[in-house]
Design a protein around this ligand. Structure first.
Ligand code: S3P
Length: 433
């Protein structure tokens, strides 16, 4: 159990944001599919991304890691070897779901497993469309739960309309489409993160993307290339919320990925009244990034729903915390996907924030929060969910007493240096007082 306690903290200074989790996974995946050498900089050494690396090593891809630099040397996916053991995705939904799409069109047979949380998460959102392409995937509950066995086979292109806004589903189908005969098309109702499309294009795949429709034509071999991973806005979001809600705070975030399919948190911070400045915009391998400065101001409640939800899906736990410190009512709706994340995040966030004295209620598809409320310390459960663990630590900045976090090690899944960065930002603030 980790105890976190602050006495009238102020956060200030600069934060170099760790690499983006979604982009790090995809860089290793495409580097392993492609033949030759892929050099990745800015890689996130979180547990989830390390699972992806380990999986490809089992398939005969050589991968070397030095700090945040990763070199992938692959014989190309047609030459992968059958793994000796099962492929373990740990806690990583992105690894499991995207690998299903990749392995479906490979030449090998393998079995994918995961930890307790991942073994309860629905896989049929991916296996149903993949089976339409001819994929041979078998497992419990009609191939809905891990472990799943995938027998690589020739695939045929499909035209698929997505029933849920999920980049993991879209990406699995596009990866399968890379090896399918013909042109695969995926249509979304609400646009989800598009890192897969951008990186496929960067690696030379035949991809067309127009608003809510993406297509890929199979049969084009990819070659290794250099990839730079920008900082993860979903990790920065925890400290953006801290900067926005703790009086006197201001943090400058360097290297924040600003792909428009991920920037919902910035829209919400501005809408709620925080000051957000965007400086020094760059673009590398099709992914925009910039420096972002967030400064505390008076906050007001807001309504978050519709097309905004996929653009901030992973930030909703910490946004709920922010809403407890905003004046008025915040309504989060259309976010039923939160119920099938690493834990049921609607139930977990409401239970844990109530322990601190928040006025929050769960709805079927979101949460309603009335603020501002003073928060008190308590024992908070992370449920083994990294984003719940970080939400609890950020909450401790606003509580009157200490917060003890159960299973805080899960934060290593996406942000191994989280507590060091928290200490530095609070330390900077105190020195400036
Ligand atoms: C991810 C997509 C999102 C997100 C997850 C990472 C990705 O899931 O919640 O943390 O890298 O594609 P869904 O697309 O299933 O909502």
């Amino acid at each position: 159990m980790k105890q976190v306690e602050f006495n009238k903290p102020v956060l200030s200074g600069e934060l170099l944001v760790p690499g983006d989790k979604s982009i790090s996974h995809r860089a290793v995946m495409l580097g392993s599919i492609a033949k030759g050498r892929t050099h990745i900089t800015g890689f996130l050494n979180g547990d989830d991304c390390l699972r992806t690396i380990e999986m490809f090593k089992q398939l005969g891809v050589s991968i070397e890691r030095k700090g945040t630099e990763v070199t992938v040397e692959s014989p190309g996916m047609q030459n992968w070897k059958t793994p000796d053991d099962q492929l373990y995705a740990g806690n990583s939904g992105t690894t499991a779901r995207l690998m299903l799409g990749i392995l479906a069109g490979s030449t090998i047979t393998s079995t994918l497993t995961g930890d307790e949380s991942l073994s309860l998460r629905p896989m049929n959102r991916v296996t149903i469309p993949l089976q339409m392409t001819g994929a041979k995937i078998t497992g419990k509950k009609d191939a809905n739960l891990l472990p799943l066995t995938i027998k690589g086979s020739p695939l045929t292109a499909i035209d698929y309309v997505m029933p849920v806004a999920s980049a993991q589903v879209k990406s699995a189908i596009l990866f399968a489409g890379l090896n399918a005969d013909g042109t695969t098309t995926v249509t979304e109702d609400k646009v989800s993160r598009d890192h897969t499309e951008r990186m496929l294009m960067h690696f030379g795949a035949k991809v067309d993307s127009l608003e809510k429709k993406v297509s890929i034509t199979g049969g084009h071999a990819l070659e290794g290339i250099d990839v730079h991973v920008p900082g993860d806005i979903s990790s920065a979001a925890f400290f953006m919320v801290a900067a926005a809600m703790i009086e006197g705070s201001s943090i400058t975030f360097e290297n924040v990925g600003l792909n428009p399919t991920r920037t919902g948190i910035i829209d919400v911070l501005q809408e709620m009244g925080a000051s957000v400045e965007i400086l020094n915009e760059t673009n590398e391998n099709g992914e925009p990034a910039a420096t972002v400065k967030v400064t505390q101001d008076n906050l007001r409640g807001t309504t978050i729903g519709g097309a905004l939800i996929p653009r901030l899906i992973d930030e909703l736990p910490v946004i709920a915390l922010l809403a407890t410190q905003a004046k008025g009512t915040t309504i989060i709706k259309d976010a039923e996907e939160l119920r099938v994340k690493e834990t049921d995040r609607i139930a977990a966030v409401t239970t844990e924030l109530k322990k601190l004295g928040a006025n929050i209620e769960a709805t079927d598809d979101g949460m309603i929060i009335h603020g501002p409320t003073p928060l008190r310390g308590s024992v908070m459960d992370s449920y083994g969910d990294h984003r719940l663990g970080m939400m609890a630590a950020i909450a401790a900045l606003a509580t009157s007493g200490p917060v003890s976090i159960k299973d805080s090690e899960c934060i290593n899944i996406s942000y191994p240096n989280f507590f060091e960065d928290l200490d530095t930002l609070v330390g900077n603030g105190s020195r400036n007082n």
